[in-house]
Ligand binder design. Structure first.
Ligand code: NDP
Length: 272
């Protein structure tokens, strides 16, 4: 199941149920709109009804933690859960957002020893930042509109991982530093708005860099188009959705799902 509010338009159920059918599993995945004040009852309900697991999305990723029996190491470091897995009688909190991103990134480059610029400091940036650090990135510069939010993420990364994290203010156009090897847009800019522009300047950034976007709808964002025009290798947000879904699928069912089929399912859902 997926608990969130709002949940309309979320592609996860469509993608996961197609994968159940593809792999001959007679399972169900339900998308359920749950208000914050009802989250504790919803989690009790999933225990009572024997759910094998599921996902939580906004606004429940932090609040769900105290309702679970324990959380994975990465989820504890992030202080956020997006995936729940039943182990015996226990409900365990995982975070697959960042892992899904890393899996997608590994398709084009190894994050180890890379200098990363991370745009944004919300939930997605937090998950991605922690997993990049755990995957051995050498330095992460967090660039965020609200300095205080950026500072919180930088402090978390420096305190809870071995990466060297620094903060940069985002005032007008951010010039992507020449030494950047991986640039990630982890803000909401571009969500349901193909014209929205992420205010960065690629001029100093030589071709051949990896530029990734978390935005999955639409996946062909203006940010990625600009990056491509500057010679970057680009990664869209669909890869992250598919990979985080595949990690959850394996945790719940024990089956490694067919990711090509899952990507096609998300594309079908989004009408691409
Ligand atoms: P949050 O609300 O937690 O964080 C939003 C971030 O975007 C903040 O850093 C915020 O900055 C920044 N931001 C928003 N608008 C602007 C703007 N106009 N200019 C500059 N910065 C801005 O959201 P999440 O981190 O949960 O989600 C971010 C995006 O990631 C969403 O669009 C979501 O769809 C996507 N996502 C994709 C996933 C995938 O699998 N592809 C998985 C999870 C999320 P500030 O601190 O200043 O407010």
């Amino acid at each position: 199941m997926l608990f969130g509010q709002p949940v309309a338009g979320n592609p996860t159920q469509f993608m996961i149920e197609k994968a159940f059918a593809h792999h001959g599993l007679e399972w169900r995945y339900l998308t359920l709109e749950v208000a914050p004040e009802d989250l504790a009852d919803a989690v009790r309900g999933m225990r009572a009804m024997g759910f094998r697991g599921g996902n939580v999305t906004k606004p429940h990723k932090v609040a769900v933690i105290e309702l679970l029996d324990r959380t994975s190491d990465a989820a504890s470091r992030m202080g956020a859960v997006n995936c729940i897995v039943r182990e015996g009688k226990e409900l365990v909190g995982e975070n697959t957002d960042g892992k899904g991103f890393i899996e997608s990134l590994r398709g084009v480059t190894d994050p180890a020893a890379k200098r990363v610029v991370l745009l944004g400091a919300g939930g997605a940036a937090r998950a991605i930042g922690v997993e990049l650090a755990l995957a051995g990135a050498s330095a992460i510069t967090v660039v965020n509109r609200t300095l205080e939010h950026g500072r919180q993420l930088v402090d978390l990364l420096n305190a809870k991982t071995g990466v060297s994290a620094t903060l940069a203010a985002w005032d007008g156009e951010f010039p992507v530093p020449e030494e950047t090897q991986v640039l990630v847009n982890a803000t909401c800019i571009g969500l349901n708005d193909p014209e929205a522009r992420v205010p960065v300047k690629f001029d100093a950034c030589p071709p051949g860099r990896v530029v990734a976007d978390v935005i999955a709808s639409p996946p062909d964002t203006r940010f990625l188009a600009e990056a491509k025009a500057h010679g970057a290798t680009t990664l869209d947000g669909l890869g992250m959705i598919v990979n985080q879904g595949a990690i959850g699928f394996k945790l719940w069912t024990g089956v490694d799902p067919d990711k090509t089929m899952m990507r096609e399912a998300v594309e079908e859902f989004l009408g691409l």
